[in-house]
Design a protein. Sequence first.
Lengths: 285, 393
Amino acid sequence: MLAISVMNGLVMGVIYALAALGVSLVVGIMNVINFAHGELYILAGYFSFLFASVLGLPVAPAMALAVALVFLFGLLIERLLIRPTYGNDMYSLILTFILSIVLQNAFLLIFGPYPNKPPLWVRGASDIFGLFSYGNQRLAALLSGAVLIAAVFLLIQKTWFGRIVRATSQDRGMAEWNGVNTTRLNMLSFGLGCALAAAAGVILSPVFPVTPTAGVPIALTAFVVVVLGGMGSLWGCVVGGLLLGLVENLGAAFVSSGYKNVFGFIILILVLLIRPAGLFGRAKL
Amino acid sequence: MNRKRTGIAIGLVLALAFCGAAAAQDTVKIGVVGPRTGPAAATGAAFDEGIKLAVDYVNGKGGVLGKKLEVAFEDTAGAPDKAASGFERLVTRDKVVMVLGESHSSSALAQIEVANRLKVPFVVVEAWADEITAKNYRYVFRAGPSNSGVVNQTIAQWVKAETFKRAYVIAENTDWGIGIGKLTENALAKAGIPYESMITERNSQDHYVELTKIKAFKPDVVLAYIYGVGLHYFVAQAGETGVSPKAVVLDGAGPPSLWPDYWKNVGDYGDLECFVSSMHEKVELTPLAKYFREAYTKKFGKAPTDYKSRSIFDGILIAADAINRAKATDAEKLVEALEKTNLETTRGTAKFGLTKGGPEYHQWMPPMLVIQWQNKQQVVLYPTQAATGKLKR
């Protein structure tokens, strides 16, 4: 029981971290909370389903196309909805909240209320060290999620783009004086945040089918992870995600599965009582 | 000139108001509540289909009180607060004479309080918690399954008939789930069948930890009371973790096993799964059931699967019959007419219980079937007199 709880906690933790990274990136750079984050995850899941299951594209190109389209959609949202609201965080909050409702209803209208899922990459289940049986698609999701998280860290820590992102996150004015076009950076970062939600969506939709309103709990978990880890901290996302995944699964295994979601909130309250800024403190990338 | 224009404007307004009033007088409006959004939004789609067929049927036979029957729908999203306010809107804004529907027990429990307060007859069709009728409210009826009816008349009898040796009960943390789970435990204890049980989070996508606990108990049947997309997750993950096919999994609600994307979501793990249903293509209890199947296929170009489309169809027929017999839309007369209902529906003859003190009051329990997927074909297992095949393990 302990082994599968830990394994499952890690898988869910990586998934939570991936979904939260996009939120954290946008919060860190733009100080904008995107309430439609969960719906963008769902949109990518629907695109992936549409391209692979309906149009018959191979799985990998279907996923790449889905992420690219959501990235472009993210750029469009930033340009049309977020940019005019700079300087007033409340407006962007309300606008993205409205966008989430519009998207939910559009999904319902276009795809109907039934769950949809793109094809599995791998079928069946594997025996893990003779301890338990585990779904192959979940193992693939764990692996690809971990690779993607590592890629985001490399991008932020080792590239020129990452340096600009970190500089802007630390001191926007100073970055501008050094020639950084922060308006364009905002647009790109918002698009990247949306693309990360989309990446989580295409990786997970074969495991957890998408429905019009399934984005709400995903966004909620992502926000919990971001607050748990510390607003704007990428390391915080990873540690917060893994902590949440492990606590939920160990709690469900050894206390009660009916209160699975409560354990996450208990941890959140405890962390905020001890460290009000979250595990990894202030906004810093 | 201005006076002339004002006169014309007033005239137009009065004419429009008169037309509106005339149109309103030509119809009798009833309300339907159900989830069009949320995890069980598919039920809203099934209700929509049933409503269209029922309205065509009733109006094709002359309508109600010589007028056309009209239906107003309110989305409840499976949330009790929305359910209660939606119910109230139907009564105060749409002026409906009766309300039907609902599929979530938690929502229905909120709505019966509104029905009782506003004194509006409410016929629940697919919310199963016993408390809905056990409160013995004068204006509340149920023309559909109740938790105790489904457990004691169908599920527990089927478990005994198949001679299962060890059972596991897993129920979602809702009014329906907790209620039906407890009743199942009582029935299993009474039958002397060893069992264990657990409660699961309603919105959980992941059941691996629960399934590992279930596997350790080595049951030969798992009675799963999880509604909506969650059931798909559970069935697929039961296969991945090796709980099924060693143990037979029963979907204790039914419709999610019949949704169009069931097979795509659960893959091969869906085969040999069992579910309860009040509908099967080879079991037609009344001529009206045959009519429904034919009319549905003609209108929607597919065979009916989600039995809740037929439940709301029956509900509307019961409402129309009561209004016609009451010869009025007055709530008191409608309640009296509903209490005297004796109407052939698609699921048998509807007749409400009148004995107070328990959930049987104002309750009509239609017969339910236990069906198993065998090579993607539905095989009726229980009741044995209606069986079209035997359980495969």
